[in-house]
Design a protein around this ligand. Structure first.
Ligand SMILES: C[C@H](O)[C@H](O)[C@H]1CNC2=NC(N)=NC(=O)C2=N1
Length: 107
């Protein structure tokens, strides 16, 4: 089984300073859980568009070996990203957030 992309990146927790330097590029995301996670609500035209986003996002997440915590109600997808292995935010969360933003922009 080939290693998934992203497996070899260090899963180091971001310091508050590192985190605060990265968040300006993720305007639609908010800090959650005392800085241990970031969260965003995506809103689509209808349920099928929302689920299509989730389908595409799942493929990207699996390839990155980094998985969202998310909930879908009709055309909304609420996403929370944190790195369990780092017990907080890591670059994997930033990378996945950027990837999800790009997917939503092209939905
Ligand atoms: C064994 C597997 O590589 C790890 O459990 C990966 C999988 N996906 C993950 N996803 C998230 N969000 N955090 C992790 O720490 C994480 N770890």
């Amino acid at each position: 089984m080939p290693a998934k992309a992203g497996d070899d990146r260090p899963v180091e927790r971001l310091s508050p300073r590192q985190r605060d330097a990265l968040l300006p590029g993720l305007e639609a995301w908010t800090l959650a859980d005392d800085g241990a996670a970031i969260a965003r609500r995506f809103v689509f035209g209808d349920f099928v568009a929302a689920f299509g986003f989730m389908t595409r996002a799942a493929i990207v997440a699996e390839r990155m070996n980094h998985h969202p915590e998310w909930a879908n109600v009709y055309n909304r997808v609420d996403v929370r990203l944190t790195t369990h292995d780092a017990d907080g935010l890591s670059m994997r969360d930033i990378a996945l957030a950027r990837a999800l933003d790009a997917l939503a922009a092209s939905a």
